[in-house]
Structures are given as C-alpha cells and as structure tokens.
Design a protein. Sequence first.
Length: 378
Amino acid sequence: MLNIADTLRQWCREGRSFALATVIQVSGSAPLPVGTALAVDTDGTAVGSISGGCVEAAVYELCQHVLAHGGPPVRTRFGYSDDAFAVGLTCGGEIEVLVQRVEPAAEPHLVTALQAVLAGRPTAVAHIVDGPGELVGRTLHVSGEGPHDGTLGSGSEDRQVVAHARALLRVGRTARIEVGGDADTCPERLSVLVHTHAPRPRMLIFGAVDFAAALSQAGRFLGYHVTVCDARPVFTTATRFPYADEVVTDWPHRYLAATETDVRTAVCVLTHDAKFDIPLLRLALTLPVGYVGAMGSRRTHDHRVDLLREAGVPEEQRARLHSPIGLDLGARTPEETAISITAEIIAHANRGTGRPLSHGTGPIHRPEQPLPGLAMVP
C-alpha cells in the first residue's frame, strides 16, 4: 500500500472511505511484488496497480463491490490465462489479492504511517492477511524509532510483529511473515504482510574520476543515496558530480570508518591507487555491507590481492571482493561501465547469475531469501 501513500493520505485526511486491494502472495513470474496495492474510493477513482494491467478491471470491480456491500475482507487468486478475453495473468505467474474496505476514522494509526512515509521516515505497516476472520485486514504502524500505533489483537502478537517489522526495516524489505500459534503466549496463528518504507540504500563511490560521474548517475537512477569521496580536493567538487547526493573530500578509509553503512550499502572503489585502495578495502571487507567492488585490470587485481594478503586480510574477507568490478558486458565508456557495475550489484543482491534470460529455464523471478529468525511465507 505504501506505493500509493500520497493519495491514500489525502483520502484519509478527507475522511473518504476506500477499498484497498493488496498483493499478498506471489508465485512464478508475476508482474509486481508483494505489497503492491490498488485503491478505489467511493467516487470510483482508482489509483495504483497490482498487475500492470492484466487483471486490473476485475480487481476494480471487486473493490467497488466491497465498497457497496461491506463485509469482511475478500481474498482471491489470479493465475495464468492464454485466453485474450479471460481474466488472468499472461506472464505465467500467480498472485493472491486481499480486498478490504478501509474507514480512515477507525484507523488513525494508518494516517500516521502514511504521513511518515511521505516525510521520508523509516516506517512499516503490519497487515494481517490470513488468520481468524475478525482479525484479517487489521493493521499496525511500526516506526523506525519510538512506539508503535494500533494493535493486531493482543500484546504478545504485537510484540512479535514489531520485532520482525524492525528487522525488515533494517534491510529495506517488504515480506509476509508467520507469527503466533503458541498455545501459551500467542494462540492465534497469523500471517502478516509487513510493508516497509526504509531510507534509500547507500552507494559509496571512492575515486573522483569520470567513471564515478557516470556511476553516480546510474546509482541515483536506481534509488541509491550516492556519496562520492576522494582525498584530492581539486577533483572532488559538486560541479563534477551533479548526480551525487554528497561529495566529500576526505581520505576514503577515514570517511568509511566515520559514516553509517548497513547490509544494503554498495561500496565501489574506483581509485586505482594502492595508498587509497588498501586501507579502504581492509576496512570495507570487515563491514556487513552488501557489496564491495574495486576497479582495475586483472594485473591490478592480482597485485591488490597480494597487498591485501600482506596486510593480513584473511581469505574469507578477500573472497567478498568483486574485482575487477562489474559484469562482462564488453563495456568501454564510463556510462557503459556504470551499467556493468550496477548490473553486478543488482545480480549480487538478488542472487542472480548474470546470464542472459534466454539461456535459462524456469521462473524469471526468484523468491526472496528468508531472513535469519523470521518465519516467512514463501
């Protein structure tokens, strides 16, 4: 639902009832991910999408029915159809959709959550999508910091969901989780979809070179908060890197030691200079960041690995280094190289192979990997 937060907040502010259709489960090559939503208000205005067009008309009609007749939330599935006049997905996948009526006055915490999203603050909305009928459709707002709003039914269930929601916020993922089923503490088994809005992941580019200018533009396009850092002030200027969110003049390893990183952070080392590279990579390879890559020829890479070994960097840390950086696209220009690097970052984050899709078989979209400690619905 957070994909249409601006319109939903406006409707909530106006006290306008609406039907909310949410993708709660996906299998195969479905067009849009879990958590994507479409909403219809009492005037028939629709916003959002759940399938890119395949089943929108059928979902719109279901939303209008729920608005007109009320009743409990409705779950429905859409699968593959090769009939041009039938309702179904043409991509071969399957989606499950939950449609419910939302009365803004009854869920003030939802308004708070939508306002937080639009303000750019870390926010999660936990949404019961399966369980006892009277609980399905309930929501709970979990802020990145501070208390939560609303309730899913009991204090013990709320505590479990809040802990899971904050774990998902840290990695910036929307996911469906299972909680409860414990006769002593949480007797009701609940399936909860946790919608998350996390700050933009960071891309840290070290080396104020032409490749960094192109990579900062590609990173910005992909939604990263981009920082370009170099120790040489004559090259490290905002004018040279207009797409970077930050341009920092500092020694790379010193800046990395002082800045915040997380499991979504991509570290891209483009300096080609051992006096910068080695101290920086020694530190970067110890951090729980998502990606560490370094530019250079194969000869440069071999020499760099020797220096890291001499500096005491263990094999398991050296194995994390993506070098030479990027996928083999035959890239030559800075712009092509930026696509090569970002393609490798995407493939690494999603456990992709980097091979042409035409050379493979099976579903195009892989299921997301479960997080440690979370009972996630596949």
